[in-house]
Design a protein around this ligand. Structure first.
Ligand SMILES: Nc1nc2c(c(=O)[nH]1)N[C@H]1C(S)=C(S)[C@@H](COP(=O)(O)OP(=O)(O)OC[C@H]3O[C@@H](n4cnc5c(=O)[nH]c(N)nc54)[C@H](O)[C@@H]3O)O[C@H]1N2
Ligand SMILES: Nc1nc2c(c(=O)[nH]1)N[C@H]1C(S)=C(S)[C@@H](COP(=O)(O)OP(=O)(O)OC[C@H]3O[C@@H](n4cnc5c(=O)[nH]c(N)nc54)[C@H](O)[C@@H]3O)O[C@H]1N2
Ligand SMILES: [Mo]
Length: 784
């Protein structure tokens, strides 16, 4: 078979993990030239006295003492601790226009930023600038805006609690709640949907629950690539005989079979552990329908049990004392037809009834989910259907049961907890007022899509980015590029160069910061920062590597520098004193958020501490004071077409990338090597469309009301096990197909995973070379 497949495409028959992962790790270390500091660096990841791995937000087992092998964690760490540098010589050599023509991979691969720089338009180059001069100029420009609401303050989720807390304090002291952040593109559907259901927008489980569960339902996440340490847990769960049901349109190898690099036996004998007991290839965007089907089948089982006088399937005591909305849910499910459920989910009634049977038998169930659930126009609804399913059998707030959204960035959850939110609660703002003695702004601010639109439309005139690569991570690059080129001021606090930094029409600064692995020395000595994982555990992180240059400053120090220069005498805190000793920042966090009681003491305990979680205690902080069922009002996105020429496109991460950071061009478990310009669809669909694997196509958005012609050119068709009517490509290559307005109306999460598209033979008949056109370039950015 393999020799018939196009260049770079092979069959991958092995399990996930195993020797392939070990080999990839060795290659990564060598490539990033960190042989001296490298291997020992890895050993300090996620250790009580080490740094928090920037790879993902999966929690660490209690009192970790042994190194947990993680190929992709290692990539994230070595990528940051590389010995390559991007300094003044680099910028003297390259104009910004010439950098623009490089791939995203190339840009970041040049190494760590070493000096603060400012864009010089006459020379089309970044030039070194003194820190204080940069701060003063940024402060003057922010101060000159007509209102603070004309500035946007973006946060990416690697930022520590300490930096994020200072940032929100500065920005609110300045006068706005414009906090677009990466959560808006990620788990916002969770943050909006879950509080309405269970009163909190976080996981209700801890790692311990996985030892006691007998059923895991995994929806729309790919842990073998994106949360590899979770595979250790899933493997243990599988080996103890608990069931794992997967809902995922793509057959993901790690969810089928996993060979644990930790297990000498599996490694030597080349055996592996089967993970999923049932693998259901739901249609892209079909999750709410599938979940409704399972709930509907569960009600039938309940009815049967009642008639036969068997013990009930539902937890009626829980439903009566803890929930509201049950009657409406039952009515809604009664009105749904199985024909519709089958059509939208792509799954048979029988398959969904079987899931209901297994669920009805399980004593304790956990549902884990990721971007396959949230990044749809129905994202919030999807999340609420998951909560419904769990609530029906009282699977919340008891051992071995609960909901487990898999957070993305390693501290995206912590950033939210300490105040990065465009819609802060009144209680939080009142606390800020009472503790700091100023009146914070009450108007809600902009989320990501609103911030981009405001910049594009000329309402917002400045943006500060604390990390990230917003113009590439967001949907609609054309809108983003216009937006960034319209603002008068763009400030980026970053570790590495990326495409967003090259949008330099106005005044533009790149301010290089320390990363997680770097030693952070301040006046009082070595500092630690803190992060919160997916399960509300807060713990310390301290780097130890010599920073890439003595010019670098920490994120808290840079935020404080900008704050002091911008606010001057209006400052409500002594910024310099806070930077001298981060314990002082933690004291302020504790003063605002009572859950952080004794913060500085508890953060010194190995492994840290867990923040209180109301739903875990069966306390429901919803409007009604009860957990709330949400009847499904909409089975699928409105306006979905049944035109057979229209496929539904989803966008996924490859095994060799971290969001917009492209480490390499392989996607081992999907059998793709040395390229990313691919469109996956199944064999039957290829035949039906009169095409074959290896053909090169153009992909066009098929939204009736779309204003623009959205196209990605030159993708190569690759056959992959996917449901009919669906196709998949890589993020961010698919970005030009997604309009800024194509988002969940409730949470405003971009619908990155549900784009109606048409495919046609490529105009040029072959993959196109990189074009200079700023929209067109996206289709090719990561290649080469
Ligand atoms: N190595 C690595 N680790 C990472 C990241 C990374 O890029 N690289 N990113 C981090 C971040 S910020 C995040 S948010 C997480 C992301 O982690 P994931 O949520 O795993 O992210 P995705 O790769 O986007 O993949 C989602 C999965 O959803 C499936 N899917 C697509 N559409 C649908 C659908 O309609 N329904 C269902 N049920 N499934 C669907 C895809 O087939 C894929 O398996 O990982 C974090 N960790
Ligand atoms: N089509 C599609 N689009 C998506 C997604 C999808 O699944 N499909 N996923 C979305 C999701 S879940 C997310 S979270 C967003 C990600 O959006 P972002 O968080 O904005 O993007 P990243 O690629 O993680 O940001 C990478 C950059 O962060 C900087 N950086 C790295 N480490 C540090 C650090 O320690 N400090 C600072 N200050 N900077 C640092 C580096 O300069 C690097 O270039 O993308 C979203 N976009
Ligand atoms: Mo994310």
């Amino acid at each position: 078979m393999t020799q018939d497949r196009p260049e770079g495409i092979r069959d991958y028959d092995a399990p996930a993990g195993g020797w392939g992962a070990v080999k990839a790790l060795a290659q990564t270390i060598t490539r990033q030239q960190i042989l001296v500091q490298g291997p020992s660096t890895l050993l300090r990841a996620n250790q009580p006295e080490g740094f928090d791995c920037p790879g993902c937000a999966w929690p660490d087992p209690k009192h970790t003492s042994s190194f947990e092998f993680c190929e992709n964690g290692a990539k994230a760490i070595t990528w940051e601790s590389t010995s390559r540098r991007v300094g003044p010589e680099f910028f003297a050599e390259h104009t910004v226009s010439s950098l623009w023509l490089q791939s995203d991979h190339w840009l970041e691969d040049q190494g760590r930023l070493t000096h603060p720089v400012r864009y010089n338009a006459a020379l089309d180059r970044f030039e070194p600038v003194e820190w204080q001069e940069a701060f003063d100029d940024i402060g003057t420009r922010l101060g000159a805006l007509d209102t603070p609401d004309e500035a946007e303050f973006y946060t990416s989720g690697r930022t520590s609690n300490e930096a994020a807390f200072l940032y929100q304090l500065f920005v609110r002291n300045f006068g706005t709640n414009n906090f677009p952040d990466c959560s808006n593109m990620c788990h916002e559907a969770t943050s909006v949907g879950l509080p309405q259901s269970i009163g909190i927008g976080k996981a209700t489980v801890t790692l311990e629950d996985f030892d006691h569960t007998d059923l895991i339902i995994s929806m729309g996440h790919n842990p073998g690539t994106n949360h590899p340490r979770m595979m250790t847990t899933l493997r243990e769960v599988a080996r103890r005989g608990a069931k794992i049901i997967v809902f995922n349109p793509m057959k993901e190898r790690a969810l089928e079979r996993f060979e644990a690099p930790q297990s000498p036996l599996e490694m030597v004998t080349l055996t592996s552990t089967p993970i999923a007991t049932t693998y259901l290839q739901v249609k892209v965007g079909g999750d709410a329908a599938a979940l409704s089907g399972v709930c509907k089948a569960l009600l039938s089982l309940e009815e049967r049990a009642r008639v036969l006088d068997l013990s009930p399937v539902l937890d009626h005591t829980f439903i009566e004392s803890h929930t509201t909305g049950y009657a409406a849910l039952v009515a809604g499910l009664g009105a749904l037809s199985w024909t519709e459920i089958e059509r939208v989910s792509g799954l048979s009634r029988q398959a969904l009834e079987e899931v209901a049977e297994v669920y009805a038998q399980a004593k304790a169930t956990i549902v884990c989910y990721g971007m396959g659930v949230t990044q749809h126009r129905t994202g919030t609804t999807n999340v609420q259907q998951i909560a419904n399913l769990l609530l029906l059998r009282g699977n919340m707030g008891r051992l071995g049961a609960g909901i487990s959204p898999l957070r993305g960035h390693s501290n995206v959850q912590g950033d939210r907890t300490v105040g990065i939110s465009e819609r802060p609660t009144e209680a939080f703002l009142d606390r800020l007022r009472d503790v700091f003695g100023f009146e914070p702004p009450r108007r809600h601010g902009h989320s990501v899509v609103e911030a981009i639109a405001a910049m594009r439309d000329g309402q917002s005139k400045a943006i500060v980015c604390l990390g990230g690569n917003l113009a590439i991570a967001s949907s609609d690059p054309q809108a983003c590029f216009d937006a960034f080129e319209k603002v008068g001021l763009a400030v980026h606090i970053a570790t590495k160069l990326n495409r967003t930094h090259l949008l330099t029409k106005g005044t533009c600064y790149l301010l290089p910061c320390l990363g997680r692995t770097d030693l952070d020395l301040q006046a009082s000595g070595k500092q630690r920062v803190t992060v919160e994982d997916s399960m509300s555990m807060v713990h310390a992180s301290s780097g130890f590597l010599t920073p890439p240059s003595d010019q670098l400053r920490s994120e808290p120090a840079i935020v404080a520098g900008i704050a002091k220069a911008t606010l001057g005498v209006r400052s409500v805190v002594d910024w310099d004193a806070l930077v001298e000793d981060y314990d002082r920042i933690r004291d302020l966090i504790e003063a605002i958020l009572p859950d952080f009681e004794d913060f500085n003491v508890r953060v010194r305990q190995p492994g840290g501490f867990q923040l209180p979680n109301s739903a875990q205690q069966r306390i429901w902080k919803t409007a009604s004071g009860k957990a709330t069922f949400h009847a499904l009002t909409q089975l699928e996105e409105r306006g979905a077409t049944d035109d057979p020429q229209v496929l539904r496109l989803t966008s996924v991460r490859s095994h060799d990338q971290y969001n917009t950071t492209i480490y390499g061009l392989d996607d081992r478990y999907r059998g793709v090597f040395g390229r990313r310009d691919v469109l996956f669809l199944n064999e039957a669909e290829l035949t039906r469309l009169g095409m074959k694997e290896g053909d090169v196509v153009d992909v066009r958005t098929a939204l009736a009301n779309s204003r623009a012609d959205r196209v990605v050119q030159g993708l190569m068709l690759v056959r992959h096990d996917l449901p009919d009517g669906c196709c998949a490509s890589y993020y961010p290559e698919s970005q030009p197909l997604i309009a800024l307005e194509h988002h969940d109306p409730q949470s405003k999460t971009p619908a990155y995973k549900s784009v109606p598209v048409r495919i046609v033979a490529a105009a040029s008949g072959r993959a196109l070379p990189i074009t200079v056109d700023r929209a067109g370039v996206m289709g090719r950015t990561s290649v080469g």
